[in-house]
Ligand binder design. Structure first.
Ligand SMILES: Nc1ncnc2c1ncn2[C@@H]1O[C@H](COP(=O)(O)OP(=O)(O)OP(=O)(O)O)[C@@H](O)[C@H]1O
Length: 298
């Protein structure tokens, strides 16, 4: 298991990461989300030992992660970092050997990976001759070529087409099934919602929310949507009901409070609506991950 314990990094007066603590347990996929400059890349660099923390620790299976541990971590850095002018297969074989594979084994694994990413015909091409999305696929292959015990991926999905996203998802799931913890950053919240066992939300260097998508949903504000036959503007005159928005026949209401108070408010709204005509819908609106994200990062 990976444990990030109070990780902090200052750059001059800037506090890029401020006491970040979270776990990535065995076999779980953890999404790392947050706005631009929130501190995701800086945290990942510290996990990989590329950057020294100002304070805090990176623990791997209960001990402080050292060079030998990190050699078994797969990393896809933000700056990518493969050689543009070298053939893709050669680079992957080289990286595989650095991580302990024989040349024959590294060639087999690299060829398999490139095949599954649809690059079987491009093995001897220079990286720079590939489209950006295809270069990205090679970068992903580079992160997993050594058979990593942990995967740390900085925006692995950016620039990938939907087919490549699916191959990438399959590949990551194969790793988590084997027990490998996977931490990846992404701005694509739909993907994060689809993929992650848990997520960590960072804002200005601080963890502002963490847990499963369901945990976060429970924390989020549950609103109610009322749709009536005519105009719903009258809801604004109901005492004690917080109206978030009204658009013609549809009103979005925050009936809030305790479950009991919420239920009582729902009864009031329903009674009033029925007294005025037909009611088409009165239902809870489950917040999306984007709604929750906006709420916790403001
Ligand atoms: N080498 C550096 N020198 C000075 N400041 C830095 C350095 N690296 C990062 N920072 C600052 O640290 C903060 C966090 O940046 P970081 O790149 O970790 O954010 P991020 O969450 O990965 O953002 P993005 O989603 O835009 O990639 C920012 O204010 C950034 O300007």
């Amino acid at each position: 298991m990976l444990r990030i314990d109070g990780l902090t990094r200052h750059f001059g007066d800037t506090v890029a990461v401020d006491g970040v603590t979270f776990d990535v347990p065995r076999g779980t996929m953890t999404g790392f989300v947050g706005g631009n400059g929130a501190g995701k890349t800086t945290t990942m660099r510290m996990i990989m030992g590329v950057l020294q923390p100002t304070a805090g620790r990176v623990l791997w299976n209960g001990h402080e992660a050292g060079v030998a541990d990190r050699r078994r971590f797969g990393y896809m850095p933000e700056e990518r970092g493969l050689y543009p002018k070298q053939p893709v297969l050669d680079q992957l074989i080289y990286l595989g050997r650095l991580q302990g594979r024989t040349t024959v084994d590294a060639r087999r694994v690299a060829t398999d990976l490139l095949d599954r990413f649809g690059l079987g015909e491009r093995l001897t091409d220079k990286l720079e001759s590939l489209s950006l999305g295809n270069q990205q696929r090679v970068q992903i292959a580079a992160a997993v070529i050594g058979g990593p015990e942990l995967l740390v991926l900085d925006e692995p999905f950016s620039g990938l087409d939907p087919v490549a996203v699916d191959s990438m998802v399959d590949l990551l799931r194969e790793h988590t099934t084997r027990g490998v913890p996977v931490l990846f950053s992404s701005h694509q919240l739909d993907l994060v919602e689809r993929l992650c066992d848990q997520l960590v939300v960072l804002s200005r260097g601080n963890v502002v929310a963490q847990g499963t998508v369901e945990d976060l949903r429970r924390r989020g504000r549950v609103l109610h949507r009322l749709v009536v036959g005519g105009d719903a503007g009258w809801v604004r005159d109901l005492p004690g009901i917080h109206v978030v928005d009204v658009d013609g026949p549809t009103a979005l209401l925050d009936l809030g409070g305790t479950p009991d108070a919420g239920a009582a408010a729902t009864d009031v709204v329903l009674r009033e609506a029925m007294a005025r005509g037909s009611v088409r819908e009165l239902a809870e609106v489950v917040p999306t991950l984007s709604d929750i994200y906006r709420e916790v990062t403001v």
